[in-house]
Design a binder for this molecule. Structure first.
Ligand code: SF4
Length: 349
């Protein structure tokens, strides 16, 4: 499914700069081997026709349940995973098909922060060496210059430079994520894709790391794609939010519009599961918990029509037959639903 009319979304991006990242009909499919249950060759559609744009200085939140393809999309956006189809442009350049040699000078400009700092940091390397690695790969200078830069980066992320020679296990979870962020910052990127960067941390530490992301964005004019399964987390850091279900974007809107009045039934269900929204700011429809029925279908066996119809409390006959395209339902908002909760030509329930 291809997103149409992206210009309208861009106008809603607010006071941000030029488009830094543009994904057009990005797909990532995996061919599964036949198993004992089926001899049929099956295709797992992890990312299925995603189009979006991110402007310089903006934060786009990407949310959805586990397995919805958001992490795979994040890796496609920075070409850590090869695309099966579609196109990714970064800083005005199509990077989808660049060879690794041609991609190399582009890489410093876009970095990924991983979910689990424990797993993403080599336990046998000192923290200073981990942060220095991208500087050495991209030839930042002699070893004294690299050491100075690493000490600066430690300071920027709130770590003591006296701890450069410590190993990852000697830091707390929050400090380890700060090391991961320092490593991502080392090459002075324009774009950081943060894949669930706080979900492995204690709730008390999450706010500190989210504040660090916000401070760094302001200081270094960074652009973020912030991936999370929790709408409560992304609300505070995102200008706009893309909601994913089974590899597709089902709603894309300005953050406050999305929280104030979700148009897609899946967004409504996700919002109703966020406990801290029950503060009087959410519409009545969202204050009541929407309990989804049915299992999440497999991305290797996606339902016909609207992929959400097997769980949607508002599904009608048409929903199982026709796939709803992602179309404008209000200025700056796009929704893939035949019967959106707000706006749209058929948004009347
Ligand atoms: Fe629900 Fe139908 Fe909208 Fe899909 S198209 S989200 S099934 S109302």
């Amino acid at each position: 499914m291809t997103t149409q009319g992206l210009t309208e979304v861009d106008e809603a991006a607010g006071p941000h700069g030029e488009v830094l990242l543009r994904a057009t009909d990005v797909t990532k499919h995996y061919v599964l081997r036949p198993d004992g249950f089926s001899r049929r060759r099956r295709v797992l559609r992890a990312v299925d026709g995603v189009s979006l744009e991110v402007r310089a200085g903006e934060t786009l939140g990407v949310v959805g349940e586990s397995g919805c393809g958001k992490s795979t999309l994040g890796r496609c956006l920075v070409r850590l995973t090869e695309l099966s189809g579609g196109r990714v442009e970064f800083d005005g350049r199509d990077i989808s098909t660049l060879s690794s040699r041609r991609l190399r000078p582009v890489r410093p400009g876009m970095q990924l922060v991983f979910q689990d700092p424990q797993a993403s940091l080599n336990p046998r390397r000192r923290a200073g060496d981990i942060v220095a690695e991208p500087l050495l790969i991209h030839r930042h200078g002699d070893s004294a210059a690299v050491r100075r830069r690493v000490a600066e980066l430690f300071d920027v992320v709130g770590l003591a430079s006296a701890h450069l020679d410590r190993y990852p296990h000697e830091f707390s979870g929050g400090q380890r994520q700060r090391i991961g962020i320092a490593r991502a910052l080392a090459t002075a990127p324009k774009l950081i894709v943060a894949d669930e960067p706080v979900s492995a941390l204690d709730v008390s530490i999450q706010a500190q790391v989210l504040n660090l992301f916000a401070d760094l964005q302001e200081e270094f004019a960074l652009t973020y794609v912030f991936i999370a399964h929790d709408l409560g987390v992304v609300r505070h850091v995102s200008d706009r939010i893309a909601v994913m279900y089974l590899g597709e974007i089902v709603e894309l809107a300005d953050t406050e519009d999305l929280y104030g009045s979700p148009a897609h039934p899946y967004t409504e269900a996700l919002l109703s599961a966020v406990p801290d929204l029950d503060d009087g700011t959410a519409p009545a429809a969202v204050r009541e918990r929407v309990v989804l029925t049915g299992e999440v279908p497999s991305p290797a066996d996606k339902p016909t029509g609207c992929t959400f119809h097997t769980r949607c409390p508002y599904a009608r006959e048409r929903c199982a037959l026709e796939r709803p395209p992602l179309v404008a339902t209000a200025p700056g908002r796009r929704t893939a639903c035949h019967y959106p909760l707000t706006g749209g030509p058929s948004g009347v329930r």
